[in-house]
Design a protein around this ligand. Structure first.
Ligand SMILES: [Zn+2]
Length: 336
């Protein structure tokens, strides 16, 4: 029996990826619902092209409440001119556009978490259809992909650029070079939770350079976090030869999140009190947080201790916590 061919994506682009100049348009995904019988999701996209050369795909809003990348890429789409570049820049500031409009991590339409939906499916949920279009139509156009994340409403993360340990050592080297070019204060090798369903993996499996960032969070931005995102994008475009000049030199600290055990989950419900600050060095056994019982007085708080020598690279942002919430992420100095 022959495999049936994969259906075409239902998404159509109003931009021509092969035309020189600046185009602002949409990725249109049919979405028929009560308020719009023959309607579409309209995901904004900008393509800037100036002749032959490398292609960078720059993405934000993979999670809808991570505003640093969205802000930086909306600004870039407004300012980048064809004559500034060699090659092509494809900018999608709000990959999961319904989630961005709703101010949430996941889509309000199908509850889809786009960065757990890769490689996606052309016949799946709306979120899976978006993932599929990136996997099969946009990533193949790109030489390198930068996906800008941050902590969103529930996490606050020390700003870092990240890549992964990969079996393909040549690709791993090229990804690390690009990650260092971002010039973030911290550069991480990161073991991911649920790695198989990430955009990262969909890009790396095509042999393309992939870089991600985590740039603070808390469901807002600061002047510093947006500046870091904008500087990182410019540095990566210079590294790729798309913008002229070399990336601005920056000191970076090399760290690793080696495995899932470095993501600490709460086992209690209540009020989270950190006893260390984001970025503080901790030693294994140090008290890092308490969870206070909100049901009664007189109960001693649950105590949580560091599991390794390292630093607190991420923390839960809201003070209320439930069992299963990742409330602390620990990174260790990179061994090699
Ligand atoms: Zn994210």
């Amino acid at each position: 029996m022959q495999d049936s061919p994969t259906p075409d994506s239902p998404i159509t682009a109003t931009v021509d990826y092969h035309r020189d100049g600046v185009q602002h348009g949409f990725l249109k995904l049919p979405h028929s619902h009560d308020e719009s019988a023959w309607g579409s999701l309209m995901i904004p996209i900008t393509v800037v092209r100036n002749g032959e050369g490398p292609t960078a795909l720059l993405t934000g809003g993979n999670h809808g409440d991570e505003y640093e990348g969205i802000t930086a890429l909306l600004k870039l789409a407004g300012r980048l001119r064809a004559e500034h570049i060699t090659g092509r820049v494809i900018i999608v500031p709000m990959m999961n556009h319904p989630a961005v409009l709703n101010g949430t991590r996941t889509s309000p339409i199908d509850k889809g978490n786009l960065n757990r939906a890769f490689p996606g499916s052309p016949t799946g949920t709306l979120t899976e259809r978006i993932a599929d279009y990136f996997t099969r139509h946009l990533v193949p156009l790109a030489d390198l992909v930068l996906d800008l994340h941050s902590g969103g409403r529930t996490l606050d993360l020390l700003p870092f650029a990240a890549t992964h340990r990969l079996d393909d050592l040549d690709l791993a080297r090229r990804c690390l070079d690009a990650t260092l070019a971002i010039g973030a204060p911290n550069t991480l090798l990161m073991a991911e939770l649920e790695g198989d369903a990430l955009f990262d993996t969909a890009v790396e499996r095509q042999g393309k350079v992939f870089v991600s960032t985590e740039l603070r969070g808390g469901g807002t931005t600061t002047p510093a976090s947006v500046a870091l995102a904008e500087r990182g994008v410019d540095n990566l475009l210079r590294h790729a030869g798309i913008l002229p000049g070399a990336p601005a030199p920056a000191d970076t600290r090399r760290l690793e999140i080696p495995d899932a055990a470095h993501y600490l989950q709460a086992e209690h419900r209540g009020l989270l009190e950190f006893t260390v600050n984001l970025g503080d060095a901790v030693r294994a056994g140090d008290l890092i947080a308490r969870v206070h019982d909100l049901e009664r007085t007189g109960t001693p708080p649950a105590e949580y201790h560091a599991t390794v020598n390292g630093l607190l690279i991420g923390r839960r942002h809201p003070a209320r916590v439930s069992p299963g919430d990742t409330f602390a992420v620990l990174a260790v100095p990179l061994e090699q």
